[in-house]
Ligand binder design. Structure first.
Ligand SMILES: Cc1cc2nc3c(=O)[nH]c(=O)nc-3n(C[C@H](O)[C@H](O)[C@H](O)COP(=O)(O)OP(=O)(O)OC[C@H]3O[C@@H](n4cnc5c(N)ncnc54)[C@H](O)[C@@H]3O)c2cc1C
Length: 472
């Protein structure tokens, strides 16, 4: 038995920097998933799991492996509008879920900045949203899920199962999630009340998060990574609340009210916008864009609450389809680091300073507030995260990696954590240290028990020595 050569496909991480050739298989049932694992075992190959391919780096690609793409397992199996639960095959996306449930007054309990991830990928990474400071990651809202283990067993895990919090977050390295039952959030309106606050520096950023921590439903802030000195850390903080007094609720809960507009500024077809972005996608262009964004945020609507659709607020990055192409030909990486609250002001300021010294400022900076959680590869801390996008070119790649290592060192020294969905640059010892000896030993024990032949892997797993076959 061998993997079919005709299935050889090139796939990339979302940032387009990393790519791999693999044998693409797209099962439609749990039995087919088990067959693919068996095929891998018999043909001596390994398997890489992939959802919608929205992880930025190399977590969803595997060179010369069988790529098990879950996206055709996309059936919503049951929606219980009385209990507020939804049962889905694991390839169902966040977009499918909100479209299915919103008219009955429900919303996914946690969403990422894009609506395209599958539930499998969402659980694989245990994604967080702009409500991370009170809701934690999506795993907190999973009621049960089915998983096929490479050792040949199949299980349904619920919150009482010891394995429940281990498979969620484990980056597709311990088992294949095939079905997920999720608790939904009850909402009274399809709109949020959104309050934008222009913030002049780091101190004001952290003060804004502290001020709204106990009263907001969502918080997120944009950082202008080009601003220096006293202006360093300036940006635009957003907080938002669910509405419970919306007289237009029946309208706002319709999917068509949520749909993002086809044009930007009422004029430019969305599908062409990345071409304009590409022209600005260089250091001077982005310095100007960030400055313009800060200025307009300060002068327009600052401090004035306004209604905004849940989709518009949650999935801002989906406004511009194909925006990542603006980073071609080299692509980009994202680094999101998580730092305990007592160290975050200093560590974030130093991260910014390092970028500016290296003349490699992030074109987009985003800050969020988080809480700790109990999942195996947890990225949760009682603190803050800073996500940074770096353009990669042939000539700057080495320097970008040096900068990333310096940033990662700062985070490690402060007891911080990393998020594998956003990682391309960690060294094995960095991830191991951030995880801690106990969690790392637990992972190694589970890998041996659930995947004794090390069938599940990825290029990330090989880079971070999480694949026993790559340890030597
Ligand atoms: C524009 C943008 C904004 C984003 N915003 C956020 C955000 O706000 N918060 C956040 O947390 N993340 C965010 N992300 C990251 C994204 O949510 C995660 O990378 C998520 O895992 C992507 O899901 P996916 O279906 O694309 O999975 P993939 O990226 O394809 O895979 C993710 C992981 O899941 C594993 N996996 C895939 N299928 C299975 C399976 N069946 N069983 C077990 N494991 C499996 C893969 O091996 C991989 O390790 C963002 C990404 C983008 C592109």
């Amino acid at each position: 038995m061998t993997a079919d050569l005709n299935r050889m496909t090139h796939v990339t991480g979302f940032g387009l920097v990393t790519g791999a050739d693999s044998y693409l298989y797209r099962p439609t049932s749990e039995d087919e998933v088990a067959d693919i694992i068996e095929l891998a075992r018999k043909s001596g190959r390994q398997v890489t799991l992939r959802g919608a391919g929205r992880s930025y780096g190399d977590a969803n690609i595997g060179s010369e492996t069988i790529l098990l793409d879950i996206s055709r397992m996309n059936q919503i199996l049951h929606f219980d509008s009385a209990q507020g639960t939804i049962d889905c095959q694991a390839g169902v996306t966040l977009e499918q879920i909100w479209r299915h449930v919103i008219e009955d007054g429900y919303w996914p309990p946690v969403v990422s900045g894009t609506m395209f991830p599958t539930l499998a990928g969402a659980l694989g990474m245990n994604l967080h949203g702009k409500n991370a400071f009170q809701a934690g990651p999506i795993g907190n809202f999973v009621l049960e899920y089915d998983v096929v283990f490479p050792n040949g067993t199949r299980r349904t895990l619920n919150q009482n199962s010891p394995l429940f919090s281990k498979i969620i977050s484990s980056a597709g390295l311990l088992g294949v999630i095939t079905r997920v039952k999720l608790k939904l959030k009850k909402i009274q309106s399809g709109d949020l009340r959104v309050l934008p606050i222009s913030v002049p520096n780091w101190q004001a950023q952290f003060a804004a998060f502290e001020e709204f921590n106990d009263q907001a439903d969502y918080m997120v802030s944009w950082i202008d990574c080009f601003a220096r000195g006293e202006k360093a850390g300036r940006g635009l903080f957003h907080t938002a609340w669910y509405l419970d007094d919306d007289t237009d609720a029946p309208l706002s809960l319709r999917p068509e009210h949520q749909d993002l507009p086809d044009t930007i500024l009422g004029r430019f077809p969305k599908s062409t916008v990345w071409r304009y972005l590409k022209k600005l996608n260089n250091r001077p262009g982005m310095r100007f864009t960030n400055w313009g964004k800060y200025l307009s945020a300060k002068l327009l609507g600052n401090g004035k609450p306004h209604p905004q659709s849940l989709v518009g607020f949650s999935f801002l990055l989906d406004y511009v389809p194909g925006w990542r192409k603006a980073y071609l030909p080299g692509g980009f990486i994202q680094i999101q680091t998580f730092v305990p609250k007592e160290h975050a002001p200093r560590v974030f300021a130093e991260q910014l300073h390092l970028q500016q010294e290296a003349k490699l400022e992030s074109f987009l900076g985003v800050m969020k507030r988080h809480i700790p959680d109990q999942f195996l590869f947890s990225h949760g801390v009682d603190g803050y995260s800073l996500a940074l996008d770096f353009k990669v070119t042939k000539s700057n790649k080495e320097r970008v990696w040096q900068l990333a290592h310096a940033i990662n060192d700062l985070v490690l020294a402060a007891g911080g954590k990393f998020y594998l969905a956003k990682d391309s640059t960690l060294r094995p010892e960095d991830f191991k240290q951030s995880l801690g000896d106990e969690a790392f030993a637990e992972y190694a024990r589970l890998k041996l028990e659930l995947d004794p032949d090390a069938i599940l892997t990825s290029d990330l797993a090989k880079r971070l020595l999480l694949d026993p076959r790559s340890v030597g």
